[in-house]
Design a binder for this molecule. Structure first.
Ligand SMILES: Nc1ncnc2c1ncn2[C@@H]1O[C@H](COP(=O)(O)OP(=O)(O)OP(=O)(O)O)[C@@H](O)[C@H]1O
Ligand SMILES: [Mg+2]
Length: 373
């Protein structure tokens, strides 16, 4: 229950005899009191380094970290009011699961019946009551992970850090525990930063998501902001499954309107869209993005282009159709089966409201939606 501020934090590792590694680069993150934030990014992008700096297991190379307005980045870990569930669990082998979970509380407030009650409660929440009297070496990786998570959660510390807290669990259990975890964090107003590779988990659990790549913060926003208004090409293509379709495109004025041509691999126009108003990016080479779910397939009459079907799979609740237009390969998703086979013609429409434009060089977003026709 406290505000957490990372103020232009950097981390450079200097392994002996090796090149320095710049793991985190000037990251500024303002986590509100009681907020749940996900750190999302590919392997090696600096997520664990960020958590370890907040918890005090790594020094910050530059910048400051504040909790509730107080600078904590020079304090030893035990004085930071931060609980952490580690990526590698770090359980105490000589202690039973129940002792591992209750350990921090014992240290904080001495033995009491309250501790046993809270251990049981958190064990029930995470479905590990049956292993409370076992030792960490004889339980599964998924059980170790939940023990480690329980040990961090039980403290209800001002700031909780969870490093991939459910990565070992099968999807069904994960979905159930995700909902319970969210309820618990909200009930106790816990300021939480958790790391995940899984965008579904990030979207389901977090109030805001920090998308990272190569040590840099790419965007910090609500799941809806990240999905609907990605700040650059990296975020646009990283978030969303299947990923956003991205094409080279050329923009040219056409009377009072704008013509946007998607370009094939040799720069030839593959399809053309007409936007009602003049575009600020006229004359520029841009990248055009559209999410698979937002392409209208079988758009009779108002089609923008005709594609040729490459593959068409019905997945039980949605169709994934891969097709080609002027040398561009495109993926579309519909929630109804589509009667089309490889080689068939397919009329498609790219609704202007769903079109994103990005600067071709910097990757920065220029527009999200081009107005309606
Ligand atoms: N102690 C260390 N010494 C040197 N380099 C390190 C050290 N710890 C991490 N790194 C490097 O810093 C970068 C970021 O590592 P980090 O563990 O923070 O990434 P991550 O996003 O948590 O990755 P993953 O998703 O695989 O857990 C990587 O290039 C990693 O190799
Ligand atoms: Mg990590």
């Amino acid at each position: 229950m406290a505000q957490l501020l990372l103020d232009s934090v950097s981390k450079t590792y200097r392994p002996r005899g090796k090149e320095p590694v710049q793991a985190v680069k000037r990251v500024t993150l303002d986590v509100k009191d009681g907020e749940i934030v996900a750190l999302l990014g590919s392997s090696g992008c600096g997520k664990t380094s960020m958590l370890r700096m907040i918890a005090g297991f790594e020094d910050v190379t530059e910048g400051a970290i504040r909790i509730g307005g107080k600078a904590i980045h020079t304090l030893p870990p035990a004085q930071r009011d931060v609980a952490m569930a580690f990526e590698g669990y770090s359980l105490y082998p000589p202690l039973k699961v129940r002792e591992n979970i209750g350990f921090a509380l014992l240290r904080e407030r001495g033995a009491s019946a309250d501790i046993e009650k809270r251990v049981r409660h958190i064990a029930e929440l995470l479905e590990i009551t049956d292993i409370l009297d076992r030792y960490p070496t004889v339980i599964s990786a998924g059980q170790q992970q939940r023990t480690s998570l329980a040990r961090a959660l039980i403290r209800r510390a001002p700031v909780s850090l969870l490093d991939e807290p459910m990565s070992q669990l099968e999807p069904q259990l994960r979905a159930i525990l995700r909902a319970r975890l969210k309820d618990y964090l909200i009930e106790h107003k816990m300021t939480t930063v958790f790391v995940t590779h899984d965008q579904t988990e990030a979207i389901a659990l977090a109030d805001r998501i920090a998308v990272m790549e190569k040590g840099e913060l790419q965007q910090f926003g609500t799941p809806a902001e990240i999905k609907q208004s990605p700040s650059n090409l990296f975020v646009a293509s990283f978030i969303g499954e299947p990923p956003m379709n991205i094409f080279d495109a050329a923009i040219a004025p056409e009377g009072n309107a704008t013509s946007i041509s998607g370009l094939g691999p040799n720069g030839q126009p593959a399809f053309r869209l007409k936007a009602p108003a003049a575009e600020a990016s006229n004359g520029k080479r841009v990248r055009l993005g559209i999410r698979p779910h937002l392409i209208e397939i079988g758009a009779n009459g108002s089609a923008d282009a005709t594609g040729k079907v490459i593959t068409n799979h019905w997945l039980g609740d949605q169709s994934h159709i891969c097709f080609e237009i002027g040398g561009c390969s495109v993926v579309g998703v519909t929630d109804k089966p589509v009667e089309a086979q490889a080689g068939d013609a397919l009329s498609v429409r790219f609704p202007l409201g769903a079109v994103h434009l990005f600067d071709a060089e910097s990757g920065r977003a220029l527009a999200h939606g081009l107005g309606q026709r």
